[in-house]
Design a protein around this ligand. Structure first.
Ligand code: ADP
Ligand code: ZN
Length: 525
């Protein structure tokens, strides 16, 4: 173990920040950076990354330059530092010319301990000149995964940060992130030239968060309400939805059910967003219903649950969003409902996006990994940590799959029926239509296309419509079927379907649940 903390560092921790002792690897990181070393810090949300550069900033000569991608984040950090009597400021597009000049003057005069700067600003000639005239204590690069195209939040401006090291080779650098899988980590080291840096990896596990991924049984809102009433009555939480409209609908609906639920998305007037955010921070038991615009930089330790009414685009996004629960270390729940429509919508959004082909492929792989996490029947935490290159030897005992092992069924024959139905109807139709054919429904469209004369017509009466839908979801999620975007969203076979159709591959799948899931969720006290 590490020896006694550096007396000056401990003094700053206690007198400036008001904490008794260092947490986890903070002490080691702080001492390393104080002594002029470079560091790459991987620490989960809530782990206490900020102090790792803020304390060295106060103890080293000069001003620390902190690169941060989000204006809101900078403002919060600077406000919090100022409250502790630290001389901090930021430079970003929210300042007008005169305000920016004033900050620049304070920097030149050596009156700042920390300066937060947006990455695009750092690369400007004006900023470079300013830095040449400044004594720089260190560079901190927050949200360092933004430098990687593998990361889930690539920012091209981060690439220019490599210049910092070339121009100021003697200044120590500390890069920090809470979400980086193994390839992203490699990118960070390469693009920020941190190959020689000390790596501090505290692992990604958030043991107090209980993961729970439920099947959307057609009315996810009701499922959510049941979950909140049962486990989080009067507690603070965040509900994530994909669209602004759904945010507003859900918040209004939860209000009518008697909860304090406030909408938050980028389309609301700034005053209203600010108002809802501050109510969430100050009052007890407020639920914020939000798009992913909400959450970055919000430091509320007692968020007891994070719920997703839509599937996140990647495991990183899921991990980052659920990570906002339980920062105080007390039990918290990450709850999600997902269904067939989520899979189709996200696949569609990906296809329609204007991203370059290689970027689309990366996004595709990330979504596949997320879907894999939804469908697995083993420990979710083991899978989640494995994705980030961490290992957990035994199942966690604190996720839905550990607490209530899901039932499985031998789905090969049903899958063959579904896949041949897709094939016989010429790979042009959506799931609703396909299920009707399997169930032998008679309707005008089926008759018009002559699909009531197919061998697959009515061969699926042994299963309910909801079970067929769940099976289609699983077949799409596991890559046996794809959604055709050039056409009208028809379902198509992929190359993976062949071995199943030929009987060369069997399929064991999670059994769809027809009744509300009874899996236990974390409860306090
Ligand atoms: P991260 O950026 O890793 O998500 P923060 O730096 O925002 O985490 O810290 C998370 C919370 O933990 C904050 O409320 C912070 O004040 C608190 N914290 C950090 N270090 C300590 C410590 N040594 N002792 C007590 N609380 C701490
Ligand atoms: Zn588990």
């Amino acid at each position: 173990m590490h020896g006694d903390p550096h007396p000056a560092a401990l003094k700053v921790l206690q007198e400036v920040f008001g904490y008794d002792s260092f947490r986890g690897p903070q002490q080691a990181i702080i001492e390393h950076v104080m002594a002029g070393g470079d560091a790459l810090v991987l620490m989960p949300t809530g782990g206490g990354k900020s102090l790792c550069y803020q304390i060295p900033a106060l103890l080293r000569e000069g001003t620390a330059i902190v690169v941060s991608p989000l204006i809101a984040l900078m403002q919060d950090q600077v406000a919090a530092l100022e409250q502790n009597g630290v001389r901090a400021a930021y430079l970003n597009s929210s300042l007008d010319y005169h305000e920016a000049v004033e900050v620049e003057n304070r920097l030149r005069a050596g009156e700042l301990d920390l300066l937060y700067v947006a990455p695009e600003r750092l690369a400007t000639a004006r900023m470079q000149m300013l830095l040449e005239q400044t004594q720089i204590a260190l560079f901190a690069i927050d949200e360092a995964h933004c430098v990687s195209q593998w990361g889930h939040d690539f920012r091209p401006e981060y690439r220019q940060l490599s210049q910092l090291h070339q121009r100021f080779p003697q200044v120590p650098r500390i890069a920090l992130t809470a979400t980086a899988d193994v390839p992203t980590r490699g990118d960070i080291m390469e693009h920020l030239q941190l190959q020689e840096a000390a790596l501090y990896n505290s692992g990604f596990d958030r043991p107090n968060i209980r993961y729970h991924i439920a099947e959307n049984q057609g009315n996810a809102k009701e499922q959510l309400l049941r979950f909140i009433r049962e486990h989080h009555d009067g507690e603070a939480g965040i509900v994530y939805c994909l669209s602004r409209r759904k945010v507003e609908e859900t918040a209004a609906w939860l209000e009518r059910q008697g909860l304090t639920a406030l909408p938050y998305h980028a389309g609301l007037p700034p005053e209203q967003r600010q108002h809802h955010q501050s109510r969430f921070l100050r009052e007890d038991g407020v639920v914020v219903v939000a798009t992913i615009a909400f959450g970055m930089g919000i430091d509320k330790p007692d968020v007891r649950f994070v719920a997703h009414l839509n599937l996140p685009k990647s495991i990183e996004a899921y991990y980052q969003e659920t990570g906002r629960a339980g920062r105080d270390g007390l039990p918290a729940n990450a709850w999600m409902a997902y269904g067939l429509q989520d899979v189709i919508t996200l696949r569609q959004m990906q296809q329609d996006s204007s991203a370059a082909d290689h970027q689309k492929r990366i996004e595709q792989q990330k979504l596949d990994a997320m879907l894999g996490l939804c469908e697995i029947i083993s420990c979710r935490r083991q899978a989640l940590l494995h994705y980030f290159g961490d290992h957990l030897d035994t199942p966690c005992g604190n996720c839905d799959n550990c607490l209530t092992p899901p039932e499985t069924w031998e789905a090969t024959v049903a899958a063959q029926k579904a896949l041949s139905c897709v094939y016989r109807t010429e790979q042009r139709f959506g799931v609703t239509y396909l299920v009707d054919v399997l169930l032998g429904k008679s309707n005008e469209r089926i008759t018009r296309f002559g699909h009531d004369r197919l061998s697959t017509y009515g061969i699926g009466k042994d299963l309910a419509a909801s079970e067929w839908k769940a099976l289609f979801r699983q077949l799409i999620a596991s890559g046996f079927l794809s959604v055709d975007m050039e056409g009208h969203g028809g379902i198509k076979l992929t190359a993976n379907a062949k071995p199943v159709l030929r009987g060369e591959q069997t399929l064991t799948l999670r059994k769809p649940s027809n009744k509300p899931s009874k899996a236990k969720t974390a409860r306090r006290g």
